[in-house]
Design a protein around this ligand. Structure first.
Ligand code: LLP
Length: 441
Protein backbone atom coordinates (compact mmCIF):
# COMPACT_ATOMS: atom_id res chain seq x y z
CA UNK A 1 0.00 0.00 0.00
CA UNK A 2 0.95 3.64 -0.26
CA UNK A 3 1.99 3.86 3.40
CA UNK A 4 4.83 1.33 3.27
CA UNK A 5 8.46 2.39 3.66
CA UNK A 6 11.71 1.07 5.18
CA UNK A 7 13.08 2.18 8.54
CA UNK A 8 16.70 3.37 8.81
CA UNK A 9 17.79 -0.13 9.84
CA UNK A 10 15.92 -1.82 7.02
CA UNK A 11 12.64 -3.07 8.47
CA UNK A 12 9.35 -2.42 6.72
CA UNK A 13 7.08 0.15 8.29
CA UNK A 14 3.43 0.93 7.63
CA UNK A 15 2.27 4.51 8.20
CA UNK A 16 5.42 4.95 10.26
CA UNK A 17 4.91 1.86 12.46
CA UNK A 18 7.77 -0.63 12.41
CA UNK A 19 6.33 -4.02 11.44
CA UNK A 20 8.70 -5.71 13.92
CA UNK A 21 6.96 -3.83 16.72
CA UNK A 22 3.51 -4.69 15.38
CA UNK A 23 4.49 -8.37 15.19
CA UNK A 24 5.85 -8.22 18.72
CA UNK A 25 2.72 -6.68 20.18
CA UNK A 26 -0.03 -8.37 18.17
CA UNK A 27 1.64 -11.58 17.03
CA UNK A 28 1.54 -13.07 13.55
CA UNK A 29 -0.04 -13.86 11.23
CA UNK A 30 -1.89 -10.56 11.12
CA UNK A 31 -3.72 -8.64 8.44
CA UNK A 32 -2.80 -4.96 8.40
CA UNK A 33 -4.93 -2.26 6.81
CA UNK A 34 -3.39 1.02 5.73
CA UNK A 35 -6.40 3.12 6.68
CA UNK A 36 -5.26 6.26 4.86
CA UNK A 37 -4.76 4.24 1.68
CA UNK A 38 -8.20 2.58 1.94
CA UNK A 39 -9.81 5.99 2.51
CA UNK A 40 -7.95 7.52 -0.40
CA UNK A 41 -9.10 4.73 -2.71
CA UNK A 42 -12.71 4.98 -1.56
CA UNK A 43 -12.64 8.74 -2.09
CA UNK A 44 -10.90 8.40 -5.44
CA UNK A 45 -13.65 6.12 -6.79
CA UNK A 46 -16.40 8.33 -5.45
CA UNK A 47 -14.86 11.52 -6.88
CA UNK A 48 -13.91 9.88 -10.18
CA UNK A 49 -17.39 8.50 -10.85
CA UNK A 50 -19.12 11.68 -9.75
CA UNK A 51 -17.03 13.89 -11.97
CA UNK A 52 -17.02 11.52 -14.96
CA UNK A 53 -20.80 11.11 -14.96
CA UNK A 54 -21.36 14.75 -14.16
CA UNK A 55 -19.79 15.49 -17.53
CA UNK A 56 -22.44 13.36 -19.25
CA UNK A 57 -25.20 14.88 -17.15
CA UNK A 58 -26.01 11.98 -14.84
CA UNK A 59 -25.49 11.15 -11.18
CA UNK A 60 -23.35 8.15 -10.26
CA UNK A 61 -23.14 6.12 -7.06
CA UNK A 62 -20.32 3.91 -5.89
CA UNK A 63 -21.33 0.95 -3.75
CA UNK A 64 -18.50 -0.70 -1.84
CA UNK A 65 -18.83 -4.47 -2.29
CA UNK A 66 -18.66 -5.69 1.29
CA UNK A 67 -17.82 -9.24 0.29
CA UNK A 68 -14.24 -8.09 -0.36
CA UNK A 69 -13.83 -7.30 3.32
CA UNK A 70 -16.36 -6.13 5.87
CA UNK A 71 -16.48 -5.23 9.53
CA UNK A 72 -18.21 -2.36 11.28
CA UNK A 73 -15.22 -0.05 11.03
CA UNK A 74 -14.85 -0.74 7.31
CA UNK A 75 -18.54 -0.06 6.68
CA UNK A 76 -18.17 3.27 8.52
CA UNK A 77 -15.02 4.13 6.60
CA UNK A 78 -16.70 3.78 3.20
CA UNK A 79 -19.81 5.56 4.47
CA UNK A 80 -17.67 8.47 5.73
CA UNK A 81 -16.13 8.71 2.29
CA UNK A 82 -19.50 9.00 0.59
CA UNK A 83 -19.88 5.46 -0.73
CA UNK A 84 -22.90 3.25 -0.47
CA UNK A 85 -22.74 -0.41 0.51
CA UNK A 86 -23.43 -3.62 -1.36
CA UNK A 87 -24.20 -6.57 0.93
CA UNK A 88 -24.94 -10.11 -0.16
CA UNK A 89 -26.13 -11.89 2.97
CA UNK A 90 -27.98 -11.36 6.21
CA UNK A 91 -24.61 -11.36 7.98
CA UNK A 92 -23.24 -8.52 5.89
CA UNK A 93 -26.51 -6.65 6.36
CA UNK A 94 -26.16 -7.08 10.14
CA UNK A 95 -22.71 -5.47 10.00
CA UNK A 96 -24.10 -2.56 7.96
CA UNK A 97 -26.88 -2.14 10.49
CA UNK A 98 -24.46 -2.18 13.40
CA UNK A 99 -22.37 0.44 11.60
CA UNK A 100 -25.49 2.59 11.31
CA UNK A 101 -25.45 2.77 7.52
CA UNK A 102 -28.85 4.18 6.46
CA UNK A 103 -30.97 1.55 4.71
CA UNK A 104 -31.46 3.58 1.57
CA UNK A 105 -27.70 3.49 0.96
CA UNK A 106 -27.60 -0.32 0.97
CA UNK A 107 -28.13 -2.74 -1.90
CA UNK A 108 -28.83 -6.43 -1.27
CA UNK A 109 -27.41 -9.06 -3.60
CA UNK A 110 -27.32 -12.84 -3.67
CA UNK A 111 -28.52 -15.60 -5.98
CA UNK A 112 -30.41 -17.41 -3.22
CA UNK A 113 -31.51 -14.94 -0.58
CA UNK A 114 -33.46 -16.55 2.21
CA UNK A 115 -36.85 -15.30 3.30
CA UNK A 116 -35.22 -14.12 6.53
CA UNK A 117 -32.67 -12.13 4.55
CA UNK A 118 -35.37 -10.58 2.37
CA UNK A 119 -37.46 -9.74 5.44
CA UNK A 120 -34.46 -8.19 7.21
CA UNK A 121 -33.64 -6.10 4.14
CA UNK A 122 -37.21 -4.79 3.81
CA UNK A 123 -37.48 -4.12 7.54
CA UNK A 124 -34.29 -2.11 7.35
CA UNK A 125 -35.52 -0.25 4.28
CA UNK A 126 -32.70 -1.10 1.90
CA UNK A 127 -32.48 1.04 -1.21
CA UNK A 128 -32.50 -1.88 -3.61
CA UNK A 129 -32.78 -5.62 -3.78
CA UNK A 130 -31.16 -7.14 -6.86
CA UNK A 131 -33.42 -9.94 -8.08
CA UNK A 132 -31.75 -13.07 -9.37
CA UNK A 133 -34.50 -15.67 -9.92
CA UNK A 134 -38.22 -16.07 -10.50
CA UNK A 135 -38.72 -17.57 -7.04
CA UNK A 136 -37.16 -14.47 -5.61
CA UNK A 137 -39.49 -12.13 -7.49
CA UNK A 138 -42.39 -13.91 -5.76
CA UNK A 139 -40.65 -13.98 -2.38
CA UNK A 140 -39.80 -10.30 -2.39
CA UNK A 141 -43.29 -9.38 -3.58
CA UNK A 142 -44.82 -11.53 -0.81
CA UNK A 143 -42.55 -10.05 1.87
CA UNK A 144 -43.40 -6.54 0.63
CA UNK A 145 -47.12 -7.39 0.75
CA UNK A 146 -46.82 -8.61 4.36
CA UNK A 147 -45.25 -5.26 5.28
CA UNK A 148 -47.43 -3.23 2.96
CA UNK A 149 -44.38 -1.63 1.34
CA UNK A 150 -43.11 -1.33 -2.22
CA UNK A 151 -39.69 -2.96 -2.60
CA UNK A 152 -37.21 -1.13 -4.86
CA UNK A 153 -35.64 -3.80 -7.07
CA UNK A 154 -33.23 -4.30 -9.92
CA UNK A 155 -33.06 -7.28 -12.25
CA UNK A 156 -29.72 -8.99 -12.61
CA UNK A 157 -28.95 -9.84 -16.21
CA UNK A 158 -26.44 -12.27 -17.68
CA UNK A 159 -24.91 -9.80 -20.07
CA UNK A 160 -23.31 -12.63 -22.05
CA UNK A 161 -19.80 -11.20 -21.72
CA UNK A 162 -16.72 -13.37 -21.52
CA UNK A 163 -14.59 -11.47 -19.03
CA UNK A 164 -10.95 -12.45 -19.39
CA UNK A 165 -10.44 -13.55 -15.85
CA UNK A 166 -10.47 -16.80 -13.89
CA UNK A 167 -13.50 -18.98 -14.61
CA UNK A 168 -14.68 -18.92 -11.01
CA UNK A 169 -14.74 -15.14 -10.83
CA UNK A 170 -16.29 -14.47 -14.26
CA UNK A 171 -20.02 -14.01 -13.80
CA UNK A 172 -21.78 -12.83 -16.94
CA UNK A 173 -21.41 -15.73 -19.38
CA UNK A 174 -24.40 -18.00 -19.93
CA UNK A 175 -23.31 -21.17 -18.19
CA UNK A 176 -23.16 -19.96 -14.57
CA UNK A 177 -25.67 -19.38 -11.82
CA UNK A 178 -26.12 -15.61 -11.61
CA UNK A 179 -28.75 -13.50 -13.30
CA UNK A 180 -31.52 -13.89 -15.86
CA UNK A 181 -30.57 -14.96 -19.35
CA UNK A 182 -31.04 -12.54 -22.22
CA UNK A 183 -31.07 -15.22 -24.87
CA UNK A 184 -34.03 -17.39 -23.91
CA UNK A 185 -36.57 -14.77 -22.92
CA UNK A 186 -35.96 -15.05 -19.17
CA UNK A 187 -35.23 -11.37 -18.74
CA UNK A 188 -38.38 -10.41 -20.63
CA UNK A 189 -40.44 -12.69 -18.41
CA UNK A 190 -38.81 -11.28 -15.27
CA UNK A 191 -39.54 -7.71 -16.39
CA UNK A 192 -43.18 -8.54 -17.03
CA UNK A 193 -43.58 -10.23 -13.65
CA UNK A 194 -41.98 -7.33 -11.79
CA UNK A 195 -44.01 -4.71 -13.63
CA UNK A 196 -47.19 -6.70 -12.97
CA UNK A 197 -46.77 -6.06 -9.24
CA UNK A 198 -46.51 -2.25 -9.16
CA UNK A 199 -47.92 -1.96 -5.67
CA UNK A 200 -45.26 -4.41 -4.36
CA UNK A 201 -42.18 -4.00 -6.57
CA UNK A 202 -40.67 -0.88 -8.08
CA UNK A 203 -38.25 -1.66 -10.90
CA UNK A 204 -35.27 0.70 -10.78
CA UNK A 205 -33.36 -0.86 -13.65
CA UNK A 206 -30.94 -3.59 -14.65
CA UNK A 207 -27.80 -4.88 -13.06
CA UNK A 208 -24.85 -6.80 -14.43
CA UNK A 209 -21.56 -7.82 -12.88
CA UNK A 210 -19.25 -9.26 -15.50
CA UNK A 211 -16.50 -10.56 -13.27
CA UNK A 212 -13.50 -9.59 -11.20
CA UNK A 213 -9.91 -8.46 -11.67
CA UNK A 214 -10.73 -6.78 -14.99
CA UNK A 215 -8.11 -4.53 -16.56
CA UNK A 216 -9.92 -2.85 -19.44
CA UNK A 217 -13.36 -1.43 -20.13
CA UNK A 218 -14.31 -3.48 -23.24
CA UNK A 219 -16.38 -6.02 -21.31
CA UNK A 220 -18.28 -3.20 -19.65
CA UNK A 221 -19.03 -1.69 -23.07
CA UNK A 222 -20.80 -4.84 -24.25
CA UNK A 223 -22.67 -5.20 -20.95
CA UNK A 224 -23.74 -1.54 -20.87
CA UNK A 225 -24.97 -1.66 -24.45
CA UNK A 226 -27.08 -4.74 -23.76
CA UNK A 227 -28.56 -3.29 -20.58
CA UNK A 228 -29.38 -0.02 -22.29
CA UNK A 229 -31.06 -1.88 -25.17
CA UNK A 230 -33.18 -3.60 -22.55
CA UNK A 231 -34.12 -0.28 -21.04
CA UNK A 232 -35.16 0.93 -24.45
CA UNK A 233 -37.26 -2.19 -24.89
CA UNK A 234 -38.99 -1.57 -21.55
CA UNK A 235 -39.66 2.03 -22.55
CA UNK A 236 -41.20 0.89 -25.85
CA UNK A 237 -43.16 -2.12 -24.65
CA UNK A 238 -44.23 -0.97 -21.22
CA UNK A 239 -43.98 2.79 -21.48
CA UNK A 240 -41.69 2.97 -18.44
CA UNK A 241 -38.41 4.90 -18.33
CA UNK A 242 -36.21 3.01 -15.86
CA UNK A 243 -34.12 5.45 -13.83
CA UNK A 244 -31.04 3.38 -12.94
CA UNK A 245 -28.31 1.14 -14.33
CA UNK A 246 -25.74 -0.86 -12.35
CA UNK A 247 -22.56 -2.12 -14.01
CA UNK A 248 -21.24 -4.10 -11.04
CA UNK A 249 -17.67 -4.14 -9.82
CA UNK A 250 -14.56 -6.01 -10.85
CA UNK A 251 -11.94 -3.31 -11.36
CA UNK A 252 -8.54 -4.99 -11.32
CA UNK A 253 -5.67 -4.26 -8.95
CA UNK A 254 -1.93 -4.85 -8.96
CA UNK A 255 -0.98 -8.05 -7.16
CA UNK A 256 2.48 -8.08 -8.72
CA UNK A 257 4.78 -5.11 -9.26
CA UNK A 258 4.34 -5.64 -13.03
CA UNK A 259 0.50 -5.41 -13.00
CA UNK A 260 -0.83 -2.15 -14.39
CA UNK A 261 -4.49 -1.51 -13.54
CA UNK A 262 -6.55 1.45 -14.76
CA UNK A 263 -6.65 4.42 -12.40
CA UNK A 264 -10.12 5.12 -10.94
CA UNK A 265 -10.49 8.29 -13.01
CA UNK A 266 -9.61 6.49 -16.25
CA UNK A 267 -12.06 3.67 -15.53
CA UNK A 268 -14.77 6.18 -14.60
CA UNK A 269 -14.17 8.33 -17.69
CA UNK A 270 -14.27 5.30 -19.97
CA UNK A 271 -17.46 3.96 -18.40
CA UNK A 272 -19.15 7.37 -18.57
CA UNK A 273 -18.28 7.62 -22.25
CA UNK A 274 -19.51 4.08 -22.91
CA UNK A 275 -22.84 4.68 -21.18
CA UNK A 276 -23.35 8.11 -22.73
CA UNK A 277 -22.63 6.79 -26.23
CA UNK A 278 -24.95 3.82 -25.81
CA UNK A 279 -27.73 6.05 -24.49
CA UNK A 280 -27.40 8.54 -27.27
CA UNK A 281 -27.45 5.72 -29.83
CA UNK A 282 -30.66 4.50 -28.20
CA UNK A 283 -32.06 8.01 -28.00
CA UNK A 284 -32.42 7.81 -24.22
CA UNK A 285 -31.37 10.05 -21.36
CA UNK A 286 -28.38 8.77 -19.35
CA UNK A 287 -29.76 6.99 -16.26
CA UNK A 288 -28.32 7.17 -12.75
CA UNK A 289 -25.38 4.77 -12.92
CA UNK A 290 -23.88 2.72 -10.12
CA UNK A 291 -20.79 0.56 -9.80
CA UNK A 292 -19.77 -1.85 -7.05
CA UNK A 293 -16.02 -2.07 -6.56
CA UNK A 294 -14.76 -4.15 -3.65
CA UNK A 295 -11.27 -5.39 -4.37
CA UNK A 296 -10.00 -2.13 -5.85
CA UNK A 297 -10.87 -0.22 -2.68
CA UNK A 298 -9.57 -2.52 0.04
CA UNK A 299 -7.26 -4.96 -1.78
CA UNK A 300 -4.14 -2.83 -2.20
CA UNK A 301 -4.63 -1.24 1.24
CA UNK A 302 -4.11 -4.58 2.99
CA UNK A 303 -1.10 -6.74 3.69
CA UNK A 304 -0.46 -9.88 5.69
CA UNK A 305 2.43 -10.19 8.10
CA UNK A 306 3.78 -13.68 8.77
CA UNK A 307 6.71 -15.17 10.68
CA UNK A 308 8.97 -17.70 8.99
CA UNK A 309 9.09 -21.03 10.81
CA UNK A 310 11.12 -23.33 8.56
CA UNK A 311 13.30 -23.02 5.49
CA UNK A 312 13.79 -26.09 3.32
CA UNK A 313 15.82 -26.18 0.11
CA UNK A 314 14.31 -28.72 -2.28
CA UNK A 315 16.21 -29.95 -5.33
CA UNK A 316 13.67 -29.79 -8.19
CA UNK A 317 16.10 -30.95 -10.91
CA UNK A 318 19.78 -30.68 -11.80
CA UNK A 319 19.57 -26.93 -12.34
CA UNK A 320 17.00 -25.90 -9.84
CA UNK A 321 16.81 -25.73 -6.09
CA UNK A 322 13.67 -24.19 -4.72
CA UNK A 323 13.71 -22.82 -1.19
CA UNK A 324 10.45 -23.58 0.59
CA UNK A 325 9.87 -20.91 3.19
CA UNK A 326 7.06 -21.93 5.53
CA UNK A 327 5.13 -19.26 7.42
CA UNK A 328 2.71 -19.41 10.33
CA UNK A 329 -0.48 -19.04 8.23
CA UNK A 330 -1.36 -20.04 4.69
CA UNK A 331 -4.45 -21.21 2.85
CA UNK A 332 -6.68 -20.58 5.89
CA UNK A 333 -5.94 -16.84 5.85
CA UNK A 334 -5.45 -16.59 2.08
CA UNK A 335 -7.12 -19.30 0.01
CA UNK A 336 -6.83 -17.31 -3.24
CA UNK A 337 -3.68 -19.02 -4.56
CA UNK A 338 -5.20 -22.46 -4.10
CA UNK A 339 -8.64 -21.40 -5.38
CA UNK A 340 -7.70 -19.24 -8.35
CA UNK A 341 -4.01 -19.78 -8.81
CA UNK A 342 -3.68 -16.17 -7.64
CA UNK A 343 -0.23 -14.57 -7.64
CA UNK A 344 1.15 -12.50 -4.81
CA UNK A 345 4.31 -10.59 -4.06
CA UNK A 346 6.19 -10.52 -0.77
CA UNK A 347 9.24 -9.08 0.88
CA UNK A 348 11.34 -9.72 3.91
CA UNK A 349 9.89 -7.34 6.47
CA UNK A 350 12.24 -7.38 9.46
CA UNK A 351 15.47 -6.48 7.68
CA UNK A 352 17.22 -6.06 4.38
CA UNK A 353 19.94 -8.45 3.38
CA UNK A 354 22.97 -8.44 1.12
CA UNK A 355 22.76 -12.23 0.69
CA UNK A 356 22.41 -13.47 -2.88
CA UNK A 357 18.73 -14.04 -3.74
CA UNK A 358 17.29 -17.54 -4.05
CA UNK A 359 14.19 -18.73 -5.83
CA UNK A 360 11.72 -19.17 -3.01
CA UNK A 361 8.20 -20.44 -2.59
CA UNK A 362 6.38 -19.15 0.46
CA UNK A 363 4.10 -21.86 1.79
CA UNK A 364 1.76 -22.15 4.74
CA UNK A 365 1.43 -24.55 7.67
CA UNK A 366 -1.59 -26.50 6.45
CA UNK A 367 -1.71 -30.17 5.60
CA UNK A 368 -1.89 -29.75 1.83
CA UNK A 369 0.83 -29.37 -0.75
CA UNK A 370 -1.29 -26.76 -2.55
CA UNK A 371 -1.02 -24.54 0.51
CA UNK A 372 1.02 -21.86 -1.24
CA UNK A 373 1.12 -18.19 -0.31
CA UNK A 374 3.56 -16.89 -2.95
CA UNK A 375 4.37 -19.33 -5.71
CA UNK A 376 7.61 -17.79 -6.99
CA UNK A 377 9.57 -14.98 -5.45
CA UNK A 378 13.21 -14.10 -4.94
CA UNK A 379 14.15 -13.83 -1.29
CA UNK A 380 17.58 -13.25 0.23
CA UNK A 381 19.45 -16.56 0.56
CA UNK A 382 19.87 -16.07 4.30
CA UNK A 383 16.12 -16.04 5.00
CA UNK A 384 15.67 -17.95 8.25
CA UNK A 385 13.25 -18.91 10.99
CA UNK A 386 12.08 -15.83 12.87
CA UNK A 387 12.20 -13.54 9.85
CA UNK A 388 9.05 -11.61 9.06
CA UNK A 389 7.46 -11.79 5.62
CA UNK A 390 4.97 -9.19 4.39
CA UNK A 391 2.64 -10.19 1.55
CA UNK A 392 1.07 -7.26 -0.30
CA UNK A 393 -2.42 -6.60 -1.63
CA UNK A 394 -4.22 -9.00 0.71
CA UNK A 395 -6.94 -6.56 1.77
CA UNK A 396 -9.66 -8.11 -0.39
CA UNK A 397 -11.01 -11.67 -0.32
CA UNK A 398 -8.49 -12.89 2.24
CA UNK A 399 -10.05 -12.25 5.66
CA UNK A 400 -13.48 -12.52 4.07
CA UNK A 401 -12.63 -15.91 2.53
CA UNK A 402 -10.62 -17.13 5.53
CA UNK A 403 -11.36 -20.46 7.15
CA UNK A 404 -10.24 -22.24 10.27
CA UNK A 405 -8.91 -25.22 8.35
CA UNK A 406 -6.79 -27.50 10.56
CA UNK A 407 -8.26 -25.61 13.53
CA UNK A 408 -5.98 -22.69 12.79
CA UNK A 409 -7.71 -19.61 14.23
CA UNK A 410 -8.20 -16.61 11.92
CA UNK A 411 -5.75 -13.72 12.26
CA UNK A 412 -6.72 -10.28 13.52
CA UNK A 413 -7.29 -7.28 11.26
CA UNK A 414 -5.25 -4.35 12.54
CA UNK A 415 -6.01 -0.85 11.29
CA UNK A 416 -2.90 1.23 11.01
CA UNK A 417 -2.88 5.03 10.88
CA UNK A 418 -0.04 7.48 11.54
CA UNK A 419 -1.43 8.01 15.03
CA UNK A 420 -2.10 4.45 16.10
CA UNK A 421 -2.71 0.77 15.52
CA UNK A 422 -6.23 -0.38 16.40
CA UNK A 423 -7.93 -3.74 16.25
CA UNK A 424 -10.75 -3.94 13.72
CA UNK A 425 -11.16 -7.68 14.23
CA UNK A 426 -9.42 -9.48 17.05
CA UNK A 427 -7.48 -12.68 16.62
CA UNK A 428 -9.67 -15.74 16.85
CA UNK A 429 -8.56 -18.18 19.55
CA UNK A 430 -8.59 -21.94 19.86
CA UNK A 431 -11.09 -21.41 22.67
CA UNK A 432 -13.39 -19.67 20.18
CA UNK A 433 -13.26 -22.79 18.05
CA UNK A 434 -13.75 -25.16 20.97
CA UNK A 435 -16.71 -23.08 22.15
CA UNK A 436 -18.63 -24.19 19.06
CA UNK A 437 -18.71 -27.78 20.20
CA UNK A 438 -21.97 -29.25 21.51
CA UNK A 439 -22.52 -31.22 24.67
CA UNK A 440 -21.47 -34.61 23.33
CA UNK A 441 -17.81 -34.75 24.35
N1 LLP B 1 -20.85 -6.77 -7.38
C1 LLP B 1 -21.23 -8.04 -7.47
C2 LLP B 1 -22.60 -8.37 -7.83
C3 LLP B 1 -20.29 -9.05 -7.24
O1 LLP B 1 -20.67 -10.31 -7.36
C4 LLP B 1 -18.97 -8.73 -6.90
C5 LLP B 1 -17.98 -9.76 -6.66
C6 LLP B 1 -18.62 -7.38 -6.79
C7 LLP B 1 -19.58 -6.42 -7.05
C8 LLP B 1 -17.24 -6.92 -6.40
O2 LLP B 1 -16.24 -7.31 -7.27
P1 LLP B 1 -14.75 -6.75 -7.08
O3 LLP B 1 -14.79 -5.28 -7.41
O4 LLP B 1 -14.37 -6.94 -5.66
O5 LLP B 1 -13.94 -7.54 -8.00
N2 LLP B 1 -13.37 -14.38 -4.29
C9 LLP B 1 -12.95 -13.90 -5.60
C10 LLP B 1 -13.79 -12.75 -6.05
C11 LLP B 1 -15.25 -13.04 -6.05
C12 LLP B 1 -16.03 -11.86 -6.44
C13 LLP B 1 -17.49 -12.10 -6.27
N3 LLP B 1 -18.29 -11.00 -6.63
C14 LLP B 1 -11.50 -13.50 -5.56
O6 LLP B 1 -10.90 -13.60 -4.49
O7 LLP B 1 -10.92 -13.11 -6.55
Amino acid sequence: SAGVCRTADGALALAGHDLRAIAQIYGTPAYLVDVADARARARAYRDAFRSAFDKVGAPADVYYAGKAFLCTAMARLVHDEGLRLDVCSGGELAVARRAGIPGELIGLHGNNKSTDEINAALDYGVGRIVLDSFEEIDRVAAAAAERDVIAPVMIRVKAGVEAHTHEFIATAHEDQKFGFSLTDGQVGEAITRVLEAPNRLRLLGFHSHIGSQIFESDGFRVAAQRLIELQLQVAREHGVQLPELDLGGGFGIAYLPTDDPLAPQDMADQLARIVADACSAAGMPVPRVSVEPGRSIIGPAGMTLYTVGTVKPVRVDDDLVRTYVAVDGGMSDNPRPVLYDAQYYCELADRTSEAAPVLARVVGKHCESGDIVVRDVELPGDVHAGDLIAVGATGAYCRSLASTYNHVPRPPVLAVTKEKVTTWLRRETIDDLLALEGNEQ
